[in-house]
Design a protein around this ligand. Structure first.
Ligand SMILES: [Zn+2]
Ligand SMILES: [Zn+2]
Length: 324
């Protein structure tokens, strides 16, 4: 049961003033859209909260608390942020008495492709075969989604896209790292849905995401990552070591780092992150990444395609099979 006092804490803090999303957006306006997206989503708890909202339709404070084993103060803080950023809205409903639930807004609902892409990548590359299958109602088969181009409906990969040079600046100011970001226990949520540990290691740390983005854009050498991202050498050394351990980067004898096939495949997740950020978040002019699908020349418009029928997947036409 969620007390009203708790909701007041969620919404307004002790002063009771509700910080509007507009104020937050103004404060972040100097960040690129992708930098803002990472500031919002680059957190393991946030990803787990969203995952549960999409897959299990969890809508209540108690629902997430019980499903994730998350402390009430951390959960309250994360939900408040997600409301401030317009991803959830707090809605009252009657169930004998007035209760509150968190509903995904249109902006929040548009994150479903990112969440599905994370699942898809984990299934293919991180030995997460236990993840529930995604059923495509249009064709009646398991979708096994893959990344495609919305313009030409052909498969799309990091190798056949082109990005305008100079975009590393987009990532160079990604805000301070979130405190307590390593609070998810390694054994958290050992259930059917899974925990997607590799994705969360990459997305749950803004420097990691930025380094991987730099690699997608062609950065290979330590000094170039350092200069392009303005990252401290010790932090860069640590993240590169973890990427080698995860099998995402392959260290070369000349000291450079190449993306492995596993690393290249994460472009699927990255494409949806960029697409969501650039459509949903305001940003200074000129900071957007210009990515094109080379075979057709169209601007980045990622879609998930169904392996069985090759049609683009739409949110209302798919569901995870959780009871199998
Ligand atoms: Zn295309
Ligand atoms: Zn299908």
């Amino acid at each position: 049961m969620v007390s009203l006092a708790l909701h007041q804490r969620i919404r307004g803090g002790t002063g009771g003033r509700i910080v509007s999303g507009t104020e937050r957006r103004t404060a972040r306006a100097e960040l690129s859209a992708i930098g803002q997206a990472l500031a919002i989503l680059g957190d393991r708890w946030v990803l787990l909260i969203l995952q549960r909202a999409f897959l299990l339709r969890i809508r209540t404070f108690a629902g997430w608390r019980d499903a994730l084993g998350i402390s009430e103060s951390v959960l309250a803080a994360r939900l408040k942020e997600l409301v401030d950023h317009g991803i959830f809205e707090l809605a009252a409903y009657r169930d004998g008495r007035t209760r509150y639930e968190y509903r995904l807004t249109e902006r929040g609902l548009r994150l479903w492709t990112l969440l599905v892409a994370i699942h898809s990548w984990e299934r293919d590359w991180a030995d997460r075969g236990r993840l529930p299958p995604l059923l495509h109602h249009l064709c009646g088969h398991a979708a096994e989604p893959y990344l495609g181009c919305g313009a030409c409906r052909e498969p799309m990969s990091a190798r056949d896209t082109h990005t305008e040079p100079g975009p590393l600046a987009t990532f160079s100011r990604i805000g301070p790292p979130r405190r307590h970001r390593r609070t998810v226990r390694p054994d958290a949520a050992p259930d059917l849905i899974g925990y997607c540990p590799d994705s969360m290691e990459i997305l749950g740390d803004r420097w990691s995401t930025s380094i991987l983005a730099g690699a997608f854009l062609g950065t290979r050498r330590f000094v170039d990552f350092q200069a392009g991202l303005g990252i401290a050498p010790s932090v860069l050394t640590d993240r590169l070591r973890r990427f080698v351990e995860l099998g995402v980067f392959d260290p070369r004898p000349d000291g450079s780092y190449r993306l492995t096939d596993k690393g290249l495949a994460f472009f699927e997740v990255f494409a949806f992150l960029v697409d969501w950020a650039q459509h949903e978040l305001p940003a200074p002019e000129g900071s957007a990444l210009a990515i094109t699908h080379r075979p057709c020349g169209a601007a980045l418009d990622p879609v998930l395609l169904c392996t069985a029928c090759a049609r683009p997947l739409r949110r209302r036409e798919v569901r995870f099979v959780l009871d199998g």
